[in-house]
Design a protein around this ligand. Sequence first.
Ligand code: PLP
Length: 418
Amino acid sequence: MQFSRFGEKFNRYAGITQLMNDLNEGLRTEGAIMLGGGNPAAIPEMLDYFHGVSTELLADGALIDAIANYDGPQGKSAFLKSLAGLLRETYGWDISERNISLTNGSQSAFFALFNLLAGEQTDGSFKKVLLPLAPEYIGYSDAGFDDGIFASCRPEIELLDDGQFKYHVDFDRLPLDDSIAAICVSRPTNPTGNVLTDAEVARLDAIARERGIPLILDNAYGTPFPNIIFEEVTPFWNDNTILCMSLSKLGLPGVRCGIVIANETVTQAMTNINGIVSLAPGSMGPAIANHMINTGKLLELSEQVIKPFYQARSQWALEELQRQITVPGFRVHKPEGAIFLWLWFEGLPISTKELYQRLKARGVLVVPGEYFFFGMPAEDNNWRHRQECIRMNYVQDEAKMLEGIAVIAEEVARAYAE
Ligand code: PLP
């Protein structure tokens, strides 16, 4: 069979596909310790709550109404209105339902946004998305119809006390030229748990405005929901910002609901793309989230259940890692949010792809760090740091995490001793 250019591009076995396959296998393989994927934790209070909400929505007809009807291509109107109201009240942002569109998961929103802005332009020029801080979310890396749509660069590394470190945007290195069509950053960041400071966001916003390009902020883990963010930072939006959110990390990845908050031009473009690609985004997630807003539960559960759960768990995992892994050169990125810990083994004699294979052979799944450094200039190909980090989630139960951490500690010690 001959595939088209689109077919050749999207038929590849991408890093993200490998990750989702491992996640699927790991979740179904008896005894496997799945520290690799991005599935949110099964928080008992949240599962109970979703059980109750489903029963309630079934009883009052809203669930059947949602699954028996198409919404419009912009997404469920009732939810667009209630969410606009919530964001206006919570943050004072000047937005209405005309600034919000929904997608089938925020992953699809990024696919649409990147291809809307970057790649080959109608005038023959080629535009890119600047990722100001590598490592960045692996799920972006293969999303361009054209190859090579990302430009990124090394971050600054601040060494902190207690065996921790933190990445910062290195503004002097940013590959800023006329080929940049947008700036995009996840905040909190997958894979590192980094949260860009307010000053960094303000500076990126200023750069974006000066150049007349949008700033895309990926808020999949951020405020006001699911609120998996442990630093006091200011939520950010203005009409040059495209803020992407999701219901997934709230505990609802299966409903596939992404949310794009942007100016009316971008909202209209997303609506048009939805019509062509999917007719309409799915209705169940918005029906549940609308109910959560109307009953005041969305922010309450995010603040009182989700955030404390992840914060306590990340601290616990950090302490266990530091207790069990004793090799010199081991550091953890300061956990400031998201559902991952980013482990750095400075001077590791093997690549983390090799470490990944050795851990997988022992039933422990993590993600090798190499995947997250895409779009970097050729001069950084030999930057050792790219080969020295792994990402692990901390959402499994404590007994499994302890077992997994013990295996990582053993395999890393063996690698350093070789
Ligand atoms: N953005 C980030 C930073 C993520 O970590 C993820 C998923 O893990 C997504 C976007 C996409 O999530 P979803 O498509 O479930 O909304």
